[in-house]
Design a protein around this ligand. Structure first.
Ligand code: WT7
Length: 704
């Protein structure tokens, strides 16, 4: 890192925008009922107890065969947990609850239109549906253990049914977020080599029944271009018997699931006893190249980790009504809507639509009506609900005991609204820091035992020992006020096993930088580099500052700059493209694209629109840029690399940093004049950035 970047920011500087906060203590009522209320738990998980401490999590599951080795480090950093153990994830999430809770709701699904009734799906009903769909996958699609099946499903109960059916069979599921484009889905189908695509005809979003099946056709075509042929597309219907899409069904390829299921009524499928280290699912995330990373999660370690963290950090009891307001298409939904809560036998609420439909009181009406007492969402949703309905929570009679925030840093001001207004001062909050790669939480407070501090996620969670290193691998001490790269010194059961099909990239991205000795089989030599900048206060609490690589976090979703740029380059007229983050009041960050045109092409609004559309088409709506700026040339180094931090500085009205290494310095003022002039005219001048945000912008793209 060059002078003046992340590593030199002091806590005092950060204080200008985010002051060091006071502690908030958990309400006594919460403590009285908490799953983890006895401080001896810290003893059980202290470093000397590692790795055996995680037996406590694994013992929350039912094993067909107990493991002989808790942690096998013989092939680092490809750790193996609970080796020799066998289990089935579906059995643990469904079958084992039948004896005591057969007719208790496993899911309560809330459709977006308020005129439609909520649907409670009991554990018994879930069991039947999962078995029938598993039978269909096995007997009609002929999938086998270890095969991959891609889903492109929205927030409907058919999504967890499909996931659990795969888990029952030992088939690896790979759900692609429903809001992603057909092209993005096709890429992921090809990368994982799936022959099966499970999709839906349509779903509601903001009052509109969206034609979703059309994306399946694009996805299959995109996968075929990359040499992977999908032989069956299974289409669930939002209203069984009625087709909501205009896209034609392809004979012999596309099938309505509700029609096929008639042949499998009442069929039961024995859960397949899987080795603990068999893959359970893939979850794709963005990296610094256009090729997405398929994070491969294990069966035993993953399920143990999400069950344990759901028990202690989400404080889930079987009698709670738990609502994680995230999409199952993201890791949060896999771990904390489906696998963790179901493993504990609780009732998990799923909502189909957008938070503010038809008005910003909707989430609180749902909470009141269903008696939700645990609520879990992301800062972007909290900001939006505050902006559009600051007093709405007061109008509804619901009571939360516990609330979670996840996905990006939450501003203390927003945190306080969440605490005072949404939580009515009665609920404890956990700010949970983790990543797609991690399976479950890494940094947070144990809710009854550690006080909250707005703007800070807290210390490492049980059994996780984080450290902050500087660029030279010196440890940055807690309380020093200096920022650095946050790493986890030890393996843990929820860590992903590899990047699907790219084991070298797995080692290189997460381990190479701080590995002490490549020959060593001692885990202490292999810290996991999270790729986030962080500062640790004297009390051990971490403040996460954001990504150190070229990833833009929009509303808690990671978008790779390379993905955005290659999508822009699909537009005929574009010669070069660069993506940068711009501070955004609601989304945290938004994307801005800078594009240079091919010789002879003149700038036009039409080209700007085409770039935005191409990004929406290739990646999805979430990535739609706030602005597309056509520039005469990109600021470049002498070796021809685009200096993203310079344009990021311009977009954010921030310092562009040192430009002396640019080959075309004169272009900077031109671009600044044009872009900032337009922004002023449109009233898009962002608030003044905090020193930390300035540093973030300067550090952006520093890898080049
Ligand atoms: C990145 C991971 C974990 C599921 C949702 C996002 C940022 C995540 C926090 C938090 C500050 C956070 C980090 C991380 N992040 N949680 N509580 N406070 N930053 O998963 O898409 O894999 O993104 O999100 O930068 O690396 P993801």
């Amino acid at each position: 890192m060059a002078e003046g970047q992340g590593a030199q920011v002091s806590e005092a500087q950060i204080a200008v925008h985010w002051r060091e906060e006071e502690y908030y203590h958990p309400p006594a009522r919460f403590i009285a009922q908490a799953n983890a209320a006895d401080p001896t738990i810290f003893e059980r998980f202290r470093e000397e107890q590692f790795p055996e401490c995680f037996k406590e999590y694994a013992d929350l599951l039912v094993w067909d065969a107990y493991w002989h080795t808790t942690l096998d480090t013989s092939n680092p950093p490809f750790w193996k947990w609970f080796v020799g153990g066998r289990l089935n994830a579906c059995y643990n999430c469904v079958d084992r609850h039948l004896a005591t809770s057969r007719n208790k709701a496993a899911f309560i699904w809330v459709p977006e239109p308020e005129s439609e009734d909520t649907k409670a799906i009991t554990y018994q009903e879930l069991y039947s549906r999962v078995n029938e769909f598993a039978a269909l996958l096995r007997d009609f699609c002929r999938v086998e253990i270890g095969d991959r099946a891609t889903f492109h499903l929205p927030m409907v109960p058919e999504l967890p049914v499909s996931m659990l059916a795969c888990a029952r069979l030992g088939v690896v599921h790979s759900e692609v977020f429903g809001g992603f484009s057909g092209a993005a889905c096709g890429d992921r189908i090809a990368d994982s080599g799936s022959r099966i695509l499970v999709t839906m005809d349509g779903y509601y979003r903001n009052g509109e029944l969206i034609d979703h099946k059309a994306k399946a056709d694009e996805a299959v075509a995109a996968a075929r271009e990359r040499g992977v042929v999908v032989d069956k597309v299974l289409v669930w219907r939002r209203y069984p018997g009625q087709y909501a899409s205009k896209s034609p069904m392809i004979d012999g390829r596309d099938f309505f699931v509700d029609e096929l299921l008639k042949d499998y009524r009442g069929t039961l499928v024995e859960p397949v006893s899987m080795p603990a280290e068999a893959p359970l699912f893939l979850m794709y995330t963005s990296g610094t190249t256009a090729r997405p990373k398929g994070c491969q999660h294990s069966t035993g370690g993953y399920l143990a980790y999400v069950t344990g963290t759901s028990q202690y950090y989400q404080d889930i009891h079987p009698e709670d009504t738990y609502w994680c307001f995230a999409d199952i298409g993201w890791i949060t939904g896999h771990s904390y809507i489906v696998y963790g809560p179901l493993s504990l036998g609780t009732t998990s609420v799923m909502y189909e639509g957008v938070p503010t439909y038809p008005d910003p009181g909707r989430p609180w009406r749902i909470a009141e009506r269903l008696g939700v007492n645990i609520f879990h969402t992301a800062p972007t949703t909290i900001r939006m609900l505050r902006k559009l309905g600051p007093d709405e929570p007061n109008k509804y009679n619901y009571h939360f005991k516990h609330m979670t925030t996840v996905g990006e840093p939450i501003e203390p001001d927003v945190w306080r609204w969440y605490y005072d207004v949404v939580g009515k001062g009665e609920a404890v909050i956990v700010d949970t820091w983790w990543q797609t790669e991690n399976g479950g939480f890494l940094g947070s407070t144990l809710p009854a035992l550690q006080p909250m501090k707005p703007g800070s996620c807290g210390p490492g969670v049980l059994g996780i020992y984080p450290v902050i290193y500087d660029e030279e691998r010196n440890v940055i001490e807690a309380g020093s006020g200096r920022a650095g790269n946050i790493c986890i010194r030890n393996p843990w059961p929820g860590i992903f096993q590899t990047i699907w099909g790219q084991p070298e990239r797995f080692v290189q991205i997460y381990y190479e930088r701080y590995c002490q000795d490549e020959k060593s089989t001692d885990w202490r030599d292999w810290p996991y580099m999270a790729g986030d900048g962080a500062v640790q206060a004297a009390d051990g609490y971490f403040r996460i500052l954001g990504r150190i690589d070229d990833v833009i976090n929009v509303s808690g979703h990671r978008l790779g700059t390379k993905e955005l740029e290659s999508a822009s380059l699909t537009v005929e007229e574009i010669a070069e493209a660069a993506a940068v983050p711009v501070m955004d009041e609601v989304r945290g960050r938004a994307v801005e694209m800078y594009v240079a045109l091919k010789p002879g092409v003149s700038p036009s609004k039409d080209i700007e629109a085409k770039v935005a559309e191409a990004i929406e088409h290739e990646i999805g709506k979430i990535a739609r840029p706030k602005n597309v700026w056509i520039v005469p040339d990109m600021p470049k180094t002498r070796s021809g690399k685009i200096m993203r931090r310079v344009i990021a500085g311009i977009s954010n009205f921030a310092d562009v940093g040192d430009v002396t290494t640019l080959a075309n310095v004169e272009i900077v003022d031109d671009i600044r004049h044009h872009v900032q002039g337009e922004k002023v005219a449109r009233g898009e001048v962002p608030r003044e950035l905090s020193p930390q945000e300035m540093e973030d912008i300067k550090a952006f793209g520093h890898a080049e």
